[in-house]
Design a protein. Structure first.
Length: 562
């Protein structure tokens, strides 16, 4: 779980604790600990599949040894950079992506997504998922330690030059080859016209006179900081290891981690998008290793296959399925290999994924995610309506008891223990729960955090417009461009409206008769407004609608009792 999510949970719990605890510590006096505890790690999930031995390549199912210092990030250091001019490139284009493959190592340098854009409203050009320095480490680079550890820096010969357009029924293959008198390496990519996935087959032939041993190492690289990367979504590496999801954020990657076991896939993820390598075919008995690394400018992971041995004249091949595209659940499910489990909402996954499915379902009818959020908010309000009514009733009862509580406090002001006993007895006599007033908010915290995770990390909400100035529900709302206002830039109109609605709701809420407590509770709208300023506008919309519905419910309840 990210530090920002932890801070959000802590802020919400502390806010609830303030409302819960004031009456307890300064009212009945019975000290109780406010609800605490927050998730520290993401959930583990089931695994995708791992490569098996092909007839031409019998690999030993032993865990390969790896050098944690090696890999794409280490290669970014000047001492390891290839001292040569920029290598020629071949551009491959299908219906959804445009990919630039370099003759340097036969690797991938750049990926443009044709159905996604840099800015809302289809502005700013195609979204650039990958854009690496031609002289630095590239993605899908291959090294063969012991046999040819610098293979990824060498120039390969492409099977064609210029551009390859992948069309139905047309040519869909691109190869890069390299030979040095001992090893001949051929990297063959196969593409489909309308998907974000493609296949990579590597064949290695021993043309020498002596046996050759090596561990194939396929590396991915990515820049960790994108222009529109937000703080809510995961950035780093993910892998399916021994049936469980492992996440390594950029901080973890800087520690050069090494993971070993049955690895079905590994990804490099940025907000909303990712690259993934799936070794083929699936064989959970094969043990592999993954190592990671990161600097402020580059992050990378290397998938290390088991040791291979080639006798003179022998050839072996190994395959990978590659994905470069959006982190969209339905799309990843179609890829197979349990790759959809790379989209993980942590402890709140059990709420967040059904919530996302419901939003997508409603969007199919209304065609607007903002309207879908409003409908979901109304549905959650209906579900919590009985609880809210009990809460309101409890607060009204507490308000009626305040004169008696004040007398007890005055009478036993020099005997705290007796005062607490008398107040608690009063609550029991009138069957009042002093914590009932804020229970609805505490119960709704998991739903709120699930919304927070969905709106900040789901590709479906990226650049999703609502109305008027709100053209991206995954981004903070600003009425105008940057006006130079401290902390916010533009005017956060929706957030300010949310703060006003919370203030009105607070004024309508029955108080305990304690002026100090009343003043403190009126500070809550200010605290929440400041906290929400840089939250996704979809999340602010959810809370605003919740407040409006709460105001309506309290007004209806007051009229009904009048």
């Amino acid at each position: 779980m990210s530090d920002d999510t932890k801070r959000l949970i802590l802020a919400l719990l502390l806010s609830g604790a303030v409302m819960l605890g004031y009456g307890i510590f300064f009212g009945p006096g019975k000290t109780q600990q406010p609800p605490a505890g927050q998730p520290a790690q993401t959930t583990q999930q089931a695994a995708p599949k791992a490569p098996a031995k092909t007839p031409a390549a019998k690999v030993k199912p032993a865990t390969p040894t790896v050098n944690p210092a090696a890999g794409p990030v280490a290669k970014a250091k000047p001492a390891r950079r290839a001292a040569r001019s920029v290598a020629p490139e071949v551009v491959v284009e299908n219906q959804v992506a445009k990919m630039f493959f370099s003759a340097k190592g036969g690797a991938l340098r750049r990926v443009e997504l044709k159905k996604y854009y840099k800015h809302p409203g289809k502005k700013g050009g195609n979204y650039i998922l990958l854009d690496l320095d031609p002289a630095g480490p590239l993605s899908l680079s291959l090294d063969l330690p012991k046999a040819d550890p610098e293979l990824s820096d060498k120039l390969f010969t492409p099977s064609r030059t210029g551009k390859l357009e992948v069309k139905p029924g047309g040519e869909n293959q691109l190869s890069f080859s390299h030979e040095d008198g001992i090893l001949k390496v051929v990297r063959t990519y196969r593409f489909k016209p309308d998907t974000y996935t493609f296949e990579l087959t590597v064949s290695v032939t021993n043309q020498g006179q002596a046996p050759v041993e090596f561990h194939p190492e396929l590396s991915m690289a990515e820049k960790p900081h994108k222009e529109e990367a937000n703080r809510y979504a995961f950035t780093g590496a993910e892998l399916m290891l021994d049936g469980s999801l492992e996440e390594l954020d950029t901080g973890d990657l800087k520690d050069n981690p090494v993971k070993a076991g049955a690895i079905r896939w590994v990804t490099l993820s940025i907000p909303y998008f990712m690259g993934a390598v799936i070794p083929l075919p699936d064989d959970p008995t094969i043990k592999r290793s993954v190592r990671g690394g990161a600097t402020d400018q580059l992050m990378g992971v290397t998938l290390v296959d088991p040791r291979m041995r080639l006798e003179p004249g022998q050839q072996k091949s190994f395959r990978y399925q590659i994905f470069y595209g959006p982190r969209e659940l339905n799309l990843l499910e179609s890829v197979g290999h349990d790759l959809a489990k790379a989209v993980d909402f942590g402890w709140f996954d059990i709420i967040a994924k059904p919530l996302l499915a419901l939003l997508n379902f409603l969007y199919g009818f209304v065609g607007n995610y903002g309207v879908a959020i409003i409908i979901v908010t109304i549905l959650t309000k209906i579900i919590f309506f009985p609880l809210a009514q009990k809460s309101y009733k409890s607060m009204k009862q507490m308000q009626k008891l305040q004169p008696q509580i004040t007398k007890i406090r005055e009478k036993y002001k020099h005997d705290k223990q007796r005062m607490n006993q008398e107040i608690m007895q009063l609550y029991k006599t009138y069957k009042v729960n002093p914590m009932g007033g804020c229970l609805p908010m505490l119960v709704q915290i998991p739903v709120f955090i699930a919304f927070y995770k969905v709106l900040g990390a789901s590709i479906e909400l990226r650049h999703a417009p609502f109305m008027l100035w709100i053209n991206d529900l995954s981004a903070p709302d600003r009425l105008w461009p940057d006006l130079g206002l401290p902390y916010v830039g533009g005017i956060p109109v929706l957030t300010l409206l949310m703060g006003v609605s919370m203030f009105i709701q607070q004024k309508m809420t029955p108080t305990m008769g304690d002026p100090t407590q009343a003043k403190m509770m009126l500070l809550m709208p200010i605290v929440f407004t400041v906290m929400f300023i840089n939250f996704p506008s979809g999340l602010v919309l959810y809370w605003l609608v919740q407040n409006i519905l709460g105001i309506a419910q309290q007004y209806w309840t007051n009229k009904r009792k009048a």
